[in-house]
Structure formats: structure tokens, C-alpha cells
Design a protein around this ligand. Structure first.
Ligand SMILES: C[S@@+](CC[C@H](N)C(=O)[O-])C[C@H]1O[C@@H](n2cnc3c(N)ncnc32)[C@H](O)[C@@H]1O
Length: 174
């Protein structure tokens, strides 16, 4: 599986996260679907190393970050994760399935047949991993169907238009 290289979606969430951490007290952070680790690198500017946990299903992404000394766990979402966090981010695979896309990059880009399945599965599992007052920042796109995601009352906190789509960071509080 290829490691997802930071792109416009990563940069939007990363810039938002940087500003957020500069202005808010966050002690524990989970970087779901860490990929290259771009968001963990930013979080480490503000948080203690022991309080930043990166997670990815892709063993190559995990190995790269282990080799660099990060706290990282290979897991399918929260399957192997204990504990609760003040903040969880996920730059989700958000595109509807396109069978022409190579299988080894689908895990980073395809959110399921409709495009929202990954995000919905992530959110369903997230609730019990948030501290009281904790929140989630989820990045999806205008190409992701929102009808089912709306039940989480997502609030758009950052947006960027890129070619044919708009990237959106949603804040979700349970
Ligand atoms: C769009 S990439 C984002 C990578 C990185 N956070 C960034 O912003 O550049 C999505 C990442 O989620 C990971 N991922 C997909 N499904 C996952 C799952 N079920 N559990 C954990 N990670 C998953 C992929 O391997 C990929 O690294």
C-alpha cells in the first residue's frame, strides 16, 4: 500500500489544526489515518510527545513513523486503541468508489461505494474515545454525500475550493 503524500486536503486540515492548537488547550491528540504523519508533526509543536498518538491501517505508513520515533499504532480505526482524547482528527478517504483507481491507493482516497462509509464508521467508533468536552475535526469534500453524516451535526470550520470540489473541515462534538 502506498503512503498518502500530503496534498491540498492535508494542507487545509494541517493549517487549521496549527491555528487551533495555538489558541486552545489540548492535552491529548489522536491523528487517525496519519499517512505521512503531517498532522502529528504539527501537533508535536504544541503537545507533549507522549500525548500524540498516530494511527493508520497501512503498515508502511506505520513503519515509517515508528522508524522516526513517533507513537503510532497499526489499527483499523479504533480496533486496537484504548483510551480517550481531547481532540481527534481524520482526513478521511472521502471519494465515491471509482473502479479505475488502483487498489493500493483506494484505501487513502475511497470512502466506500458512496464515499461516506469510512467517515461514518469512524464517527460511530469515535464517541467513546473522546474526553468530556472533546471534539473531532473531520475533513471530507463536496463530493461526499452528507445526508447520513448530518446526523452528527457537523459544523463547517474551514473550506477550500480545489478544482471541481470543495474541501471542508467539519467540527463534530458529541
Ligand atoms: C486521505 S489520507 C490522509 C493522510 C494524512 N492524514 C494527510 O492528511 O495527509 C487517509 C489515511 O487514512 C488511512 N486509513 C484509511 N482507512 C483507515 C482505517 N480503517 N483505519 C485507519 N486508517 C485508515 C489511510 O491509510 C490514509 O493514510
Amino acid at each position: 500500500m502506498r503512503i498518502y503524500q500530503p496534498a491540498e486536503d492535508s494542507f487545509l486540515l494541517d493549517e487549521f489544526l496549527d491555528k487551533y492548537l495555538k489558541n486552545h488547550k489540548v492535552e491529548t491528540y489522536l491523528d487517525m489515518g496519519t499517512g505521512s504523519g503531517i498532522l502529528s508533526v504539527t501537533a508535536l509543536k504544541y503537545l507533549e510527545k507522549k500525548n500524540v498518538l498516530a494511527v493508520d491501517i497501512n503498515p508502511r505508513a506505520v513503519k515509517q513513523l515508528v522508524d522516526r520515533g513517533y507513537y503510532v499504532i497499526q489499527s483499523d480505526f479504533f480496533e486496537k486503541i484504548d483510551g480517550k482524547f481531547d481532540l481527534i482528527t481524520f482526513n478521511a478517504p472521502y471519494l465515491p468508489l471509482d473502479k479505475r483507481e488502483p487498489l493500493d491507493s483506494q484505501v487513502a482516497t475511497t470512502g466506500g461505494k458512496r464515499g461516506d462509509e469510512s467517515s461514518l464508521r469512524f464517527l460511530k467508533q469515535s464517541r467513546k474515545h473522546l474526553n468530556v468536552g472533546g471534539k473531532i475535526f473531520l475533513l471530507v469534500s463536496s463530493l461526499t454525500p452528507m445526508d447520513k453524516l448530518r446526523k452528527y451535526k457537523p459544523k463547517a470550520v474551514a473550506k477550500r475550493r480545489v478544482f471541481m470540489e470543495e474541501l471542508i473541515v467539519y467540527e463534530i462534538i458529541f
